[in-house]
Design a protein. Structure first.
Ligand code: G3I
Length: 318
């Protein structure tokens, strides 16, 4: 049957995957699925600060360019991830004083976004990532501690200046349903836009787990953000389980994938769905959650799982 991307295109949505540069360089099976099934690509790590600016104003583009080149060859778009985050940011940034930190942030955004500003493959950016704690208060990251909340508006303004045509997103996890954290996100996006800060898009990561239940009111949550005038999207979907897999867990996982795709299809301002990888051969989950995994739509040997069929059928369905 047709690949996921054909069905997604027919619905006016993207279907994406995060890619790792290692297997992209070394495994043809990885490349074939990545290029054939998806029409949007995110760099799992290669565009993060540690990778792109390991030393002050010394930029390294090999990984980021490999992702962009692959996407261009396969007629895919790239969603840039991520400009300002509290993880995978070099120590030299974290030890700067306030004025120097703000200047370093603005320079980083100008250089990274600027490199691809005239490249039609790169269409959007996660400008700030994970600014909230789960209770909905601001995360007390080094950014927040040194600069206060103003770093968020400054980051968006710097990104807009570097590429007036790129779609600029704020991205977080545990905000898929209606809850305290997503309501805090909602209030922040509303107040930023009221202050003419160029926030175009909200990314809902979607790192879910079958043992925790499917979040409540996902479609309603997407819709309330859309009603603020922003585009919405799922940016990092994976749905983990206690390993080993079995048919029951696979079936439940498949229903969660169906729910995610259907929620996006039901909201016109939902641009698409990106998975955080595509094969259980390469996933951050087992390294982070002991005893959990099998979160993606292909198994370790690149065989499609029930979750693949779920995504396919939801995209293809009427
Ligand atoms: O690059 C080094 C390599 O030199 C070294 O040999 C190796 C040894 O473990 O580590 C490599 O770095 C790892 C890096 O991934 C690249 O593989 C880091 O230790 C590891 O911490 C890092 O994990 C990434 C994680 O973000 C960091 O927070 C995951 O791959 C990546 O999937 C994950 O992605 C995040 C999103 O960016 C934001 N949302 C949550 C999501 C999942 O945590």
């Amino acid at each position: 049957d047709s690949p996921l991307r054909e069905h997604a295109e027919a619905r006016g949505k993207f279907i994406g995957a995060a890619l790792a540069t290692g297997p992209l360089a070394s495994e043809s099976a990885y490349r074939d699925i990545a290029g054939g099934e998806f029409n949007q690509i995110t760099a799992e790590n290669a565009m993060k600060w540690t990778d792109t600016e390991p030393s002050p104003n010394q930029f390294t583009w090999a990984g980021a360019d490999a992702i962009v080149d692959f996407a261009t060859q396969n007629d895919q778009q790239v969603h840039g991830h991520t400009l300002v985050w509290h993880n995978q940011t070099p120590d030299w940034v974290q030890s700067l004083g306030a004025d120097a930190m703000r200047a370093a942030m603005q320079n980083h955004i100008a250089k990274v976004v600027g490199r691809y500003a005239s490249n039609p493959t790169v269409v959007s950016w996660d400008v700030v990532n994970e600014v909230f704690d789960d209770n909905g208060t601001m995360r007390t990251s080094f950014w927040y501690q040194k600069l206060g909340e103003s770093y968020i508006a400054d980051a968006f303004r710097a990104a807009r200046a570097a590429d007036p045509d790129a779609r600029l997103c704020i991205n977080d996890y545990n905000v898929e349903g209606v809850n305290a954290k997503s309501t805090a996100m909602y209030n922040l996006v509303r107040s930023l836009r009221a202050a003419d800060v160029p926030v175009d898009c909200v990314g809902f990561q979607g790192h879910l787990a079958i043992q925790y239940g499917f979040p409540g009111q996902v479609q309603e949550n997407l819709q309330r953000f859309a009603d603020l005038g922003v585009q919405v999207r799922f940016t990092e979907i994976d749905i983990r389980m206690q390993t080993p897999r079995d048919a029951t867990k696979d079936a439940l996982q498949a229903t969660y994938y169906t729910n995610v795709v259907k929620a996006c299809l039901a909201v016109p301002q939902c641009a698409g769905i990106t998975l955080w990888g595509f094969t259980d051969r390469y996933s951050w989950v087992p390294d982070t959650f002991s005893g959990q995994g099998a979160a993606l739509i292909y198994d370790e040997n690149y065989a499609a799982k029930p979750a693949y069929t779920a995504v396919h059928d939801a995209l293809a369905g009427g």
